[in-house]
Write a protein that binds this ligand. Structure first.
Ligand code: 13P
Ligand code: SF4
Length: 345
């Protein structure tokens, strides 16, 4: 999705940020007060982008001044991986976390991919390494190894097919093998088993033990309590949430799928079980929708700032460039291309 509009003054930024409602429980008020200061930084970035032939890809979870001030594309990991393929720009600044930057680099070996995050980790991507995958493959030789996109390039290189939260159910349903090893997310693996049962698809699915520290926080107890407090709210959950939570939700999907579900629903009130950035976007773009209850921050996504975007565009250090060895890239791209094939069948 392209960025909403270009900003040229502090009033237009202020007007946009004001739409993230004060009563929404989202703590972005301080940046509304700083909108004049932000506009100088935003305009510096717009100039640097033109000078360096660069585009900025931003995941929905990053801070609103990046999304609404400087990004060219905003979306979930699936859409952004496609945007990374299609952009003619020579430099990609990926405001997100490292595994997303690596995916862009795998798909664009001749482009520069710059990562502004000061801590681009992810508890899922950090949960498993290539050596562990090799051992599992030796243990389960008949299984098709399916990795979530939230994995390192080295892990993708050891797997058969990659998936994102937007296509995990469809890709696994379309795979010819009925023996599946899914990694690294335990919650998503369990949700996958439930969804295959619901669809009447017989698959023997094993899964690894990783979790997302943001999504695992939502418990069934909290959800039932919130449902009592907001009986008219529909519940939308990310598949990284616990299965007990997903089973009590009205909708399960990727960040972009949740966004679309809420946007298109005739309902007005929603409980949104994912990172706060999605609620901020909904408040901004669909102020008639009320996002109730609570949300949680991903510290890794929130470590992307305008200052760091300026820094990587102006004076990038070798660490700011995403690098993937050609040996790993050639293997990893096969799992990403297999995802495109099975997701679009
Ligand atoms: P999406 O692909 O749904 O945006 O999810 C990425 C992610 O890291 C969720 O925690
Ligand atoms: Fe990783 Fe969770 Fe942050 Fe997504 S929200 S980037 S899965 S730690």
């Amino acid at each position: 999705m392209p960025a909403i509009t270009e900003l040229d003054n502090s009033q237009s930024l202020f007007d946009k940020l004001m739409k993230i409602k004060k009563d929404s429980g989202l703590c972005y008020q301080s940046l509304i007060e700083k909108s004049t200061e932000l506009v100088d930084k935003i305009n510096t970035i717009q100039e640097l982008k033109a000078e360096k032939n660069a585009v900025i890809l931003a995941h929905t979870y990053v801070i609103p001044e990046i999304i609404y001030g400087v990004s060219d594309f905003v979306g979930d990991s699936y859409a952004l991986s496609k945007d990374a393929v299609n952009t003619p720009a020579q430099t990609i600044v990926f405001a997100s976390v490292r595994f997303m930057g690596e995916t862009a680099k795998i798909l664009n070996p001749h482009k520069d991919v710059l990562m502004p995050a000061t801590d681009g980790g992810c508890t899922l991507a950090d949960a498993i390494n290539a050596e562990q995958v090799r051992k599992l493959r030796a243990q389960y030789p008949d299984y098709t190894f399916v990795c979530y996109i939230n994995t390192t390039a080295e892990v993708k290189a050891e797997c058969d097919v990659c998936v994102t939260s937007a296509n995990v159910f469809k890709v696994v349903e379309n795979l010819p093998n009925d023996k599946i090893y899914f990694l690294p997310d335990r919650m998503m693996g369990q949700n996958l088993i439930e969804e295959m049962k619901r669809r009447g698809i017989k698959k023997d699915i094993k899964y690894f033990s990783g979790t997302c520290y943001v999504h695992e926080e939502y418990t069934l107890e909290q959800l039932l309590d919130m449902k009592k407090r907001f009986p008219n709210a529909l519940v939308a959950a990310h598949p990284e949430c616990q299965p007990a939570v997903c089973q009590k939700s009205d909708f399960i999907g990727s960040t972009s799928q949740i966004f679309k579900y809420i946007k298109e629903s005739p309902n007005k009130e929603f409980l949104m079980l994912t990172e706060c950035g999605l609620g901020a976007r909904l408040n901004m773009e669909y102020p008639d929708k009320k996002i109730v209850g609570t949300c949680t921050f991903c510290k890794y996504m929130k470590s992307n700032t305008l200052d760091d975007i300026i820094r990587v565009l102006k004076n990038p250090t070798p660490e700011d460039y995403i690098t993937v060895s050609e040996n790993v890239r050639i293997k990893a791209i096969k799992s990403i291309e297999a995802m495109f094939e099975y997701a679009e069948k």
